[in-house]
Design a protein around this ligand. Structure first.
Ligand code: B3K
Ligand code: ZN
Length: 849
């Protein structure tokens, strides 16, 4: 049966389960369309617990059920079963049959290219057997897998293996969402790790035979993550083996199942020839993220799904610390803020806005959002900034000590900070409960050597937060003298009131403020900046984030003037960027970021934020013109910078080399505007790594000279799915707006367009959404194409469909004609019979904006 009528679940209704689950034994007999699962589960009634015995279960065929050996006949519904049970400890045994082969939703136990794998978070375990499938029910699992596959894996440590059979035991109590099973014809790239306490851990990265050459980097990233977590958080690994499996069909990046992480192959497999520097960096971060979950998520898990940010916000924060340590901290910070502003601020601005800890949902899978993850991480960064590094470390130690083995809440999390610091975090907690991006207005004055900054915070009332109250905002501020030298080092101001002033005494002259350094809080800064001040900060700010942000503000303001009134590009911006590009003391990666322009989506957000209706075509044209202006203005530097920063050593995916390639790549894009692709063609022909190959290909396609290169690339990489995903995506992203939907449509007819594979679906349809002006083509072709495909995908894979619906979340920004076209697309999808709960919830929220 498909989904029942949508039901809303509320945080305030939380009730604990009435039984403890002492142990779980599972036996799987793997058969593609008729797998049998036998479960033996020991339930112990809690002394005061609710006696209503309900087990989740979906799409299961119950073969038999018994309690303490006596067969029973439970009452079964589409969501699970109820049964009369004794008022004492008992053994529940059930056998069910499931159909992994027919499971295209990629949730529960499913098949991907002949291998079995699982995805249980958030609520997939109920598609494997009847169980209290909720994160606050923890138990010890023993799993036996019977199947004809050479490799049979589950969580924990291997305890027995025989011909076509393997048993695994996980000694750590865990919720069902962390259960995993893999069976297939796989080979391992193996290594080992010795923990600080001397535990020897076998490490394996399991892949298909042909992918063995793409494993070394992921393995190194795993070992780096293990060492880092010991060093920085004092967290050690706790099993004898850590397995990672790469899977081609996967709805997201990866999953932190205990001792058996399952990864989308795009998030773990890499070689210099097939993966870009950006891919390598992402892989390193995702491996770290999933590994770090072993403590923040697995050893300490969530009481209910409303607490998702407890594990996700913290783990994103931890992985960003890791990347900052492994690579360049300022570059990582700037990248994170670009991403936050693009995705999370947009979410806050539209109908999907919700607090970091939501209070209700219909389908929890729809809440794995930028707000929960990225804003959730920002909230932790703020907390650390407020209490200081030492107190943060103490609070974390207490968190691990106090809550190991528990399923916790945000209240538990904040309490450890209150207990270690003596602070009252009542007001701080509003970051978890209030939706929306606070605005921070700044005014300043200078008198008799005293400089005063006055801040006013505001948060627009919304459906989710009708009566917002002031939040605690850490504002990192430094002051610069007119000569560009710092006259006051960075200081964190703690704002708690709606309006608040801070004074800086004993200054010789009026300083230039550098406010919100390092983006110390996820807010929108509003300040009437005096003429020339951003150019000054772009030239002099000692805070690398704010220096970059000053450049970005200049770029945005100039682009907005170009969009509004066809103005010329701002010479102050062009000169500032010229100076930055010429400055060889600056990190190439940082200079590459300086050369990047705000995206089309960012500009649409900015315009909408100022009460205007963004015109996607005008935005696209303005960016084109700005790139031409930059290319002309920087012309004297381009060839020199391009030559000087070429990497001559063997390829390494480290930050230093990647930074050089990022810079030469950005310069190549500008050069292409002048030489019509001559340099790009040379780079394309000679490149021996994917970063330069695909970078050059993008330039050629943009210049309208990509036909041959695309064909040769396809011929070379036809058999590599991950590389072909790039080939598909690039053509759609780089298409001229009037050809984007047409290009995407043509590619959906390509023989290799396997639309049931989420990576490939996203490579074409997701790429269309990334082509802002193309997706928003005035004739509605982009909207129609996406709607057609979402309608087709929904019955097959609701999760990926629902996720892609967020493409429409900004629809109220645009003109009435476009809004009408989008409404038509939304209504057409909503009218589809049997639309999934996932997609229905997303589209209803969006449509009712
Ligand atoms: N915890 C998983 C995400 C699960 C998503 C379920 N729809 C990956 C991660 O955040 O590490
Ligand atoms: Zn996570």
């Amino acid at each position: 049966m498909r989904d029942a009528a949508p039901k809303t679940i509320y945080l305030k209704d939380y009730q604990p389960f009435g039984y403890d689950v002492e142990s779980v034994e599972l036996v799987f007999d793997l058969v593609p369309n008729a797998t049998r699962v036998r479960a033996s589960i020991r339930f112990v009634p809690k002394p005061e617990g609710d006696r209503n015995f309900f087990l989740h279960g979906e799409d299961l065929k119950l073969i038999s059920a018994s309690i303490d050996g006596t067969s029973v006949s439970p009452t079964i519904s589409a969501e699970g079963l109820t049964c009369d049970v004794p008022d004492k400890p008992f053994l529940w045994e059930a056998e069910v049959e499931i159909d992994p082969q027919g499971n295209t939703a990629l949730e529960g136990l499913y098949m991907s290219n002949g291998m079995y794998c699982t995805q249980c978070e958030a609520e997939g375990f109920r598609k494997i057997t009847y169980y209290p499938d909720r994160p606050d029910v923890l138990s010890i699992f023993t799993v036996t897998i019977n199947g004809p596959h050479p490799v049979l894996l589950s969580n924990g440590n291997p305890t027995a293996s025989a011909h076509h059979s393997a048993t695994w035991h996980d000694p750590w109590p865990k919720p069902a969402y962390l259960f995993a099973l893999v069976a297939g014809d796989l080979v391992a790239h193996s290594d080992s790790f010795v923990t600080r306490a001397g535990r020897h851990v076998d490490l394996n990265l399991w892949v298909r035979k042909g992918d063995l050459h793409k494993c070394a980097f992921g393995m190194q990233a795993l070992k780096d993550s293990m060492r880092w977590d010991e060093k920085v958080y004092g967290r050690e690994y706790d099993l004898d083996v850590f397995n990672i499996v790469a899977v081609d069909d996967f709805n997201m990046g990866a999953m932190e199942n205990k001792g058996l992480n399952i990864f989308n192959s795009s998030a773990v497999l890499a070689s210099p020839e097939t993966a870009t520097d950006a891919n390598f960096e992402r892989i390193e971060a995702i491996i770290a993220h999933e590994y770090f979950h072993n403590w923040t998520g697995n050893r300490i898990t969530c009481r209910d799904w409303f607490q998702l940010c407890l594990k996700e916000g913290l783990t994103v924060f931890r992985d960003s610390q890791f990347t900052s340590d492994m690579r360049s901290a300022p570059v990582k910070r700037i990248g994170d803020v670009i991403d936050l502003r693009a995705r999370q601020f947009a979410e806050d601005q539209g109908p999907l806005a919700h607090p970091v800890r939501p209070e209700s949902f219909q389908e929890i899978n729809n809440f794995y959002t930028a707000t929960v993850y990225e804003k959730g991480a920002e909230v932790i960064a703020m907390l650390k900034r407020l209490v200081g590094d030492d107190a943060y470390a103490q609070a974390l130690d207490l968190y691990f000590e106090r809550h190991d083995g528990q399923a916790c809440t945000i209240e538990d999390w904040l309490k450890v900070f209150e207990d270690t610091t003596g602070r009252d975090l009542t007001q701080f907690k509003r970051w978890y409960s209030q939706a929306g991006t606070p605005r921070l207005k700044v005014e300043d004055s200078f008198e008799n050597g005293t400089y005063t900054l006055t801040f006013t915070q505001s948060l627009a009332p919304s459906k989710a937060t009708p009566e917002p109250a002031p939040q605690v905002i850490p504002i990192a501020v430094g002051l610069l003298g007119v000569d560009g030298r710092e006259v006051r080092a960075t200081q964190v101001l703690e704002m708690t009131e709606a309006t608040q002033s801070f004074r800086f005494d004993g200054l010789d002259g009026r300083p230039v403020p550098s406010i919100l350094r390092g983006f110390s809080a996820p807010v929108i800064l509003e300040r009437a900046v005096p003429e020339g001040e951003n150019a000054f900060l772009l030239a002099h700010d000692t805070d690398p984030f704010n220096r970059w942000d000053a450049g970005r503000t200049l770029a945005r303001q100039s682009l907005i003037a170009m969009i509004r009134e066809g103005a010329k590009s701002d010479p102050a911006y062009l000169d500032g960027i010229h100076a930055v590009l010429a400055d060889d003391t600056l990190d190439p990666a940082y200079r590459a970021l300086m050369l990047s322009l705000p995206s089309q989506g960012d500009l649409a957000t900015a315009l909408y934020d100022m009460g205007e209706t963004p015109d996607p075509d005008a935005i696209w044209r303005a960016r084109q013109n700005m790139q031409k202006a930059l290319a002309a203005h920087l012309a004297d530097l381009l060839t020199h910078v391009f030559g000087r920063h070429q990497v001559h050593e063997d390829y390494a995916p480290d930050a230093e080399q990647a930074g050089k390639r990022a810079l030469t790549g950005a310069v190549l894009a500008l050069k292409t505007r002048r030489d019509l692709g001559a340099a790009a063609q040379v780079q394309f022909n000679n490149a021996s790594n994917m970063t330069q190959k695909i970078g050059a290909l993008a330039c050629l396609v943009r210049a309208g000279r990509g036909r041959e290169a695309l064909a040769s690339f396809e011929a070379q990489w036809r058999d590599d799915r991950l590389v072909m995903d790039k080939w598909f995506a690039l053509q759609v992203i780089e298409a001229n707006p009037d050809q984007a939907a047409g290009t995407a449509e043509r590619l959906t007819r390509h023989t290799d367009f396997n639309w049931k594979n989420p990576n490939r679906f996203r490579a074409v349809l997701g790429a269309l959404v990334m082509n802002h002006a193309g997706f928003h083509a005035a004739d509605g072709s982009g909207y129609r194409l996406l709607a057609d495909w979402l309608i087709r995908l929904d019955p097959v894979n609701p999760q990926t469909t629902a996720r892609m619906c967020s493409a429409f979340q900004t629809w109220r920004r645009y003109d009435t004609r476009r809004q009408a076209l989008i409404a038509e697309a939304l209504d057409r999808i909503l009218a589809t019979p049997d639309l999934s709960r996932d997609t229905t919830e997303m589209l209803t929220r969006i449509r009712n904006a």
